[in-house]
Design a protein. Sequence first.
Length: 76
Amino acid sequence: MINNAGRFNKIISALHFREDHRPHDPRKTFITMAKKAKVDEYVIKRLIGHRITDITESAYTKRDVDWLREELEKMP
């Protein structure tokens, strides 16, 4: 098993971040910013690796790179 917490702590230390930073902080920031910019919910889920259980979205909707890029460009 990979010790991701140890790896993250080394990065925090090397970059001189505060010790209270956590591995999911960047994910929370990204998701919050994306939602504020009205990025499509399924684009967000796809980019962060969450499972999409909606059959129409997961089986019948093709999101190509251009579509994903257009959604991300909504963010400041």
